[in-house]
Design a protein around this ligand. Structure first.
Ligand code: ADP
Length: 395
């Protein structure tokens, strides 16, 4: 069975085509600047790469070009080979607790929920509508970033604010990166051959979140109503006191949206370091003696450690600690510093084993009370797996 996994942005469309018989990637690529001058696409297949500038007015144009290219490059021989399309959708609110077959009702809901993800849900819909127009007979599945977190219980997802905000406006913690957290939990379950695990997963990329997972179900996560909260990120602040907002509005003569924008785009690593949002640049800055880079990293490590400690207690211990995403998979230094601060919980890293980037590996010392792993994430594959299962179950 061949499945395409789609991640549509407002002017982009990322795809991976899988042969789900053995989960191999037949092709992958990115369509950029859709609807903007200079639109182009890149397709990678069989160790080859095609890049071309071509006019794309909208996402439908991008999908048409993608499908034609898959045929002209001999990646597939006809459209019929594509048996299903899986779409990443950011927000499914509290209605979607798992991935679903896309129906008119699902499309309407994704549209309705745009007030919770005003940039992402409309963009995700552009991808869905383009495929619906061009491959109307092919079943499609929506895979929500929020779905995995729907097992979180009320005492963990509620904010201590007027209850009416929850009942009337659905203000609560939703959590994000759910597809990645689920993929990591499943991978660990498979590798260790057991499901009764207490896992703390650290998805540390430009955006970062942690999830506390027990018996395969999410118990709590660090992002909230939006992806702004939780740990210190590349440009997002993570948790801050909301009273800072009116204070800065007054000091800098800004409106509320401008201050929220500062918290989303000018904070985190970038805000403290005044140097960069990328942890590689921060590490270089530290090596060059930049104090603010050191502070930014210290603040990041502290925030991750605090969440791990909190989740350790919440789960009543931790069998497996996992690191994933750009920083989690690649930053030897961040993993080392985080685990070093967890010695009082009996966690110990194997410094030699940790000396690796981007591959699945156990990195805990033999006498560590918690097993620690690097697990490369693969959200596209998780989308394709869910899509395959749901389409097969609905035949
Ligand atoms: P997102 O998907 O949230 O945009 P990624 O998971 O791709 O982000 O992570 C990107 C981040 O990973 C970069 O900003 C950088 O900080 C970090 N990163 C990538 N490679 C390395 C590396 N070799 N060492 C340290 N950090 C790295």
């Amino acid at each position: 069975m061949k499945v395409i996994s789609i991640n549509a942005g407002s002017s982009s469309l990322k795809f991976q085509l899988f042969d789900m018989n053995d989960e191999t990637v037949l092709a992958s690529g990115l369509f950029e600047r859709i609807g903007i001058e200079g639109s182009c696409y890149t397709i990678k297949y069989n160790d080859k790469k095609v890049k071309e500038e071509v006019e794309m007015k909208d996402h439908s144009d991008a999908v048409k070009i993608l499908l034609d290219k898959l045929i002209s490059l001999n990646i597939i021989s006809s459209f019929e080979e594509i048996e299903a399309v899986g779409h990443r959708v950011v927000h499914g609110r509290d209605k979607y607790t798992e991935s679903v077959l896309i129906t008119d009702e699902v499309i309407e809901d994704i549209d309705t929920f745009k007030e919770f993800a005003p940039i992402h849900n409309p963009a995700n819909l552009l991808g869905i509508k383009a495929f619906k127009e061009i491959l109307p007979e092919v079943p499609m599945v929506a895979v929500f970033d929020t779905a995995f977190h729907q097992t979180i219980e009320e005492e963990n997802f509620l904010y201590p604010v007027p209850y009416k905000w929850y009942t009337d406006y659905q203000v609560r913690k939703y959590g994000f990166h759910g597809t990645s957290h689920k993929f990591i939990a499943k991978t660990i379950e498979e590798k260790l051959g057991r499901k009764d695990l207490r896992i703390i997963n650290c998805h540390l990329g430009q955006g970062a979140s942690l999830a506390a997972i027990k018996d395969g179900k999410c118990v709590d996560t660090s992002m909230g109503f939006t992806p702004l909260t939780g740990v210190v990120m590349g440009t997002r602040s993570g948790d801050v006191d909301a009273s800072i907002i009116p204070f800065i509005m007054e000091k800098e003569g800004k409106n509320v949206h401008e201050v929220i924008d500062d918290l989303n785009k000018k904070s985190g690593f970038l805000g403290i370091s005044q140097h960069s949002s990328d942890s590689r640049d921060i590490e270089e800055g530290i090596a060059a003696g930049n104090r603010n880079c050191a502070l930014a990293e210290e603040k990041f490590i502290r925030s991750v450690v605090n969440y791990i400690a909190q989740y350790y207690v919440l789960l009543g211990g931790c069998d497996v600690l996992t690191f994933t995403a750009g920083i989690g998979e690649n930053s030897i230094n961040s993993r080392l510093k985080i685990v070093s601060e967890l010695a009082s919980l009996g966690m110990k890293i194997d410094v030699e084993a940790n000396n690796v980037r981007g591959e699945f590996r156990k990195i805990s010392a033999d006498d560590s009370k918690t097993e620690i792993y690097i697990v490369p994430t693969n959200e596209e594959l998780m989308i394709a797996r869910d899509t395959k299962t749901i389409v097969e179950n609905n035949r």
